[in-house]
Design a protein around this ligand. Structure first.
Ligand SMILES: C[S@@+](CC[C@H](N)C(=O)[O-])C[C@H]1O[C@@H](n2cnc3c(N)ncnc32)[C@H](O)[C@@H]1O
Length: 267
C-alpha cells in the first residue's frame, strides 16, 4: 500500500513538469529521476520529495522559459539586415529592441512575407552583389545577416525519417520536411509537420504569415534562424552596444576633465 503524502501518478507528474510521460519513463530508466513503484500493480508514482528535487534542479520547463538575457537598449540601435529570408533573425532582433533601417533579400516570396508582416520595413528585393551600401557608412550600429548555409543544414543526414520528441530540442529543420532523407516526423503521428507546426518550432509567432506556395513556405521557415534564439542574441548585442556607448561617454568625460585640468594648471 502507498503511504506517502501527495502521491502523483505518472500522468499528473508529467503535467506538473510540462514534460511527456515518455520523458519521465526515460528519466526513471536512466536514473535521472527515479520513480517509485506501486507494490501491487508496479505502476510508477511520484511524491512531494520528487517535486522538491525537480524544483532544486529547475527541471520545470516554465522556469527555464523565464531565463533570458533581457537587456533594455539605452538608445535606438540601428541595423542593416542582409539575407533576411522570412525574417526569423530580423524579427528576433526587432524583439530585442533593434531597429532595422534597411533589409535585403533576393527571393520574391520571402520579400512578400516580409512586406505582409512588416509593411513599414524598408526592404530591398535585389541581389546583394548589385547593391551599394556606401550611403549608410557610419549610420548604423550593427550589420546582421544569416547567409545561405545549405551545406551545414544538410550535414548529418541519415537517410531515415526522424521522429521529433515533445520535450527535447528539435533537430535542425530543413527546407522540405517531407523530402526523402531529411524528413522530420511529428512526435506522435506518422506524418511530416504542417507549415504552422514548422513555424512554431522555429518560434515564429502565429500572426507571422508566410507567402508563396506550401513548398516556398517550408523553405522560408526551414531556412530561418529561430526567432527566440535571434532575440537572445539580440539582447547580447544590445548589452554590448550599451557598454560600448557607456565606455565612450565616460571616455569623453575623462578627456574633458583632463583638458579642464590642464587649462586650470596653465592659468
Ligand atoms: C539562410 S537564409 C536567411 C534566413 C534568415 N536569416 C531568417 O532568419 O529567416 C539565406 C537567404 O539569403 C538569400 N540570398 C541568397 N543569395 C542572395 C543574394 N545574392 N542576394 C540577396 N539575398 C540572397 C536567400 O534567398 C535566403 O532567403
Amino acid at each position: 500500500m502507498i503511504t506517502e503524502k501527495e502521491v502523483y501518478t505518472l500522468n499528473q507528474f508529467a503535467a506538473l513538469l510540462s514534460v511527456s510521460k515518455e520523458t519521465l519513463r526515460r528519466w526513471d530508466n536512466s536514473g535521472k529521476l527515479k520513480a517509485k513503484r506501486n507494490k501491487i500493480n508496479g505502476y510508477r508514482y511520484y511524491t512531494e520529495e520528487h517535486l522538491e528535487v525537480c524544483q532544486q534542479l529547475e527541471m520545470f520547463i516554465p522556469s527555464i522559459k523565464e531565463n533570458t538575457n533581457y537587456t533594455k537598449p539605452l538608445k535606438t540601435y540601428k541595423s542593416i539586415e542582409l539575407f533576411t529570408g522570412a525574417g526569423g533573425l530580423a524579427l528576433g532582433f526587432e524583439q530585442a529592441g533593434i531597429k532595422h533601417i534597411l533589409l535585403n533579400e533576393i527571393d520574391k516570396w520571402a520579400c512578400e512575407t516580409l512586406r505582409q508582416n512588416r509593411p513599414d520595413w524598408k526592404i530591398l528585393q535585389d541581389d546583394i552583389r548589385d547593391l551599394d551600401f556606401s550611403s549608410y557608412k557610419d549610420s548604423i550600429d550593427v550589420l546582421t545577416g544569416g547567409f545561405p548555409c545549405q551545406a551545414f543544414s544538410y550535414a548529418g543526414k541519415t537517410g531515415m525519417a526522424r521522429r521529433i520528441s515533445w520535450d527535447e530540442p528539435s533537430l535542425t529543420l530543413t527546407c522540405a520536411p517531407a523530402q526523402k532523407q531529411t524528413e522530420r516526423c511529428h512526435p506522435d503521428e506518422t506524418r511530416p509537420f504542417k507549415v504552422r507546426e514548422y513555424a512554431r518550432i522555429q518560434t515564429f509567432p502565429d500572426e507571422w504569415i508566410f507567402s508563396g506556395s506550401i513548398s516556398q513556405q517550408y523553405k522560408q521557415i526551414g531556412n530561418a534562424v529561430p526567432v527566440n534564439f535571434a532575440k537572445e542574441i539580440g539582447y547580447s548585442v544590445v548589452d554590448f552596444l550599451n557598454r560600448y556607448y557607456e565606455d565612450k561617454e565616460s571616455q569623453k568625460l575623462t578627456n574633458r576633465l583632463k583638458v579642464s585640468y590642464k587649462e586650470a594648471v596653465n592659468q
